[in-house]
Write a protein that binds this ligand. Structure first.
Ligand code: GLC
Length: 481
């Protein structure tokens, strides 16, 4: 049995702020259990739901040298859907009202602690992974520490590491003297071929330098990040490591996102009966959100973190124009205040057309995927994107910008060949986006049978984990040798 340990800062069903949690929660379940023993390690955040905290059982604790102090390291465990989870407990670091704070230095300290503790607890829990699979900057120090201090110990020698980039924008940067002092790493680790980048220490860079191999969450993003526009300053390093960098597109949990069994929606449906049944979800959502009740109106959904990454400035730029069209727009999510207020404003200005729901709700997100006709995702960059996959699964046609995973997962409609699962545009330009939305409107209103055939193809596309999980397995096999 090959042993794999996922280490990440969030994972469904315990704690989620974004797509990372969906991947960490769903991929391990899809790795072949006959050959792999996959376990997951997360921080034990005080802000986790009580019902989740109730599932955790204490395993032990010890004190660890960290940042000139002896820090408490508690270990808990839980089992969900046959997957073993471990949790690192330390209230000083994980006691906040949210998993992440705006204090960059504190975040660095928190995840440096988490990374060191994740390695330190392995002997206590008596689990020696063959591969540690690290996710995003929060775990970037794991390959570094493994290279540095854990090599003297037989238990750790030979453990391989994978670093997966879910979002290159976040790197964990802070000045070298502080990071050196916090991590206790020797000075020679802070050179420009190791942790240093642009005069700062950079935790993700450490992971990318010391990991045995690197992955990211789509093929196109794997190519994009080797260019300056998408490379966030690390494109040079990623070009240098391009032989060790591969894209493996994300899947979604096909049990959790299944219009045929979804308990959150008023009318279940499938690829056979969506023409009659899907509409009932639209009617129900119009009623619930106070939009004009008209099942023939084209309804466009947007479920997203409200950040620059998601291309919301394009939408803001043409909102008035878009709202002259015969459409409804349903927004769900939180984020930067200017976007939250922008959507609130248009909700007020076009009350029967726009519904801004500035919070997050799992239940409402499922209703939006089921009720809408189209789903808008004009991202500036998108490592993979999961909501377009959820939309496809629910027969809600994605309208996306051709970047990263959006490009790899949404096939643009071609009216001459009768192919495609959605609509897409290439340049980061508000009117190019608007033109594409209007093209979709035209198909929706004037060529409904064509529209429904696109839905047929969207619902037939397979973005379960089955293909991608095999690619991870092959990679683990290759690494372990
Ligand atoms: C990040 C990326 C998103 C990706 C997700 C899971 O949230 O922004 O594109 O789908 O991670 O990999």
């Amino acid at each position: 049995m090959k042993k794999i340990l996922f280490v990440a800062s969030e994972g469904v069903p315990f704690i989620k702020t974004g797509g990372l949690a969906d991947v960490v929660g769903s991929l391990p379940k899809c790795i072949d259990r006959e050959y792999f023993d996959v376990r997951v390690m997360l921080p034990k955040y005080t802000c986790m739901k009580q019902e989740m905290k109730d599932k955790l059982n204490p395993v032990g604790h010890f004190y660890m040298d960290f940042n000139w102090k002896q820090e408490y390291v508690g270990i808990l465990e839980a089992e969900v859907d046959g997957i073993k989870y471990y949790f690192i407990d330390n209230e000083g670091f994980f006691g906040g009202v949210k998993p992440y704070s705006d204090n960059a230095l504190y975040e660095i300290e928190k995840y440096a602690f988490f990374s060191k503790a994740a390695l330190s607890v392995l002997q206590t829990i008596d689990f020696r992974p063959d591969v540690i699979h690290c996710h995003d900057w929060q775990t970037g120090l794991i390959p570094v520490y493994l290279n540095e201090r854990f090599q003297d110990n037989d238990f750790y020698r030979g453990i391989k590491t994978v670093m997966t980039i879910h979002n290159l924008k976040f790197q964990g940067r802070w000045n070298v003297p502080d990071v050196q002092s916090i991590t206790g790493l020797p000075a020679h680790y802070f050179t420009d071929d190791k942790l240093e980048a642009y005069h700062d220490a950079n935790l993700l860079k450490g992971g990318l330098v010391f990991a045995d191999t690197i992955t990211t969450v789509s093929n196109t993003y794997a190519e994009e990040i080797k260019t300056p526009f998408y490379g966030e300053g690390l494109d040079g390093l990623l070009r240098a490591r391009s032989n060790d960098l591969r894209g493996i597109v994300n899947g979604i949990d096909y049990d959790a996102f299944n219009p045929e069994t979804d308990p959150f929606i008023v009318q279940q449906y499938n690829a056979m009966n969506f023409r009659k049944e899907k509409l009932k979800n639209k009617r129900a959502l119009q009623e619930e959100l106070g939009l004009r009740r008209d099942e023939n109106k084209m309804m466009i959904g947007l479920v997203s973190r409200l950040t620059d990454q998601k291309g919301l400035d394009l939408i803001a730029h043409v909102m008035d124009e878009l709202c002259q069209d015969d459409i409804q727009l349903v927004v769900l999510g939180t984020g930067e205040e200017r976007y939250e207020n922008c959507f609130r404003h248009y909700d007020w200005k076009y009350a029967d057309k726009v519904s801004a729901n500035i919070y997050y709700s799992d239940a409402l997100s499922h209703k939006v995927y089921a009720a809408c006709d189209a789903f808008l995702m004009p991202s500036l960059f998108e490592p993979c994107g999961l909501s377009q996959l959820m939309s496809l699964r629910y027969g809600t046609l994605p309208i996306v910008r051709e970047t990263g995973g959006l490009k790899d997962t949404v096939q643009p409609y071609n009216e001459y060949e009768g192919t495609g699962t959605g609509f897409s545009f290439s340049n980061y330009n508000a009117h190019e986006m608007l033109g594409t939305i209007r093209y979709a409107e035209q198909i929706y209103y004037d060529r409904k049978r064509e529209w429904n055939r696109i839905v047929d193809r969207a619902m037939a596309a397979d973005f379960s984990w089955s293909v991608s999980a095999k690619k991870y397995q092959e990679m683990y096999d290759w690494l372990i040798g």
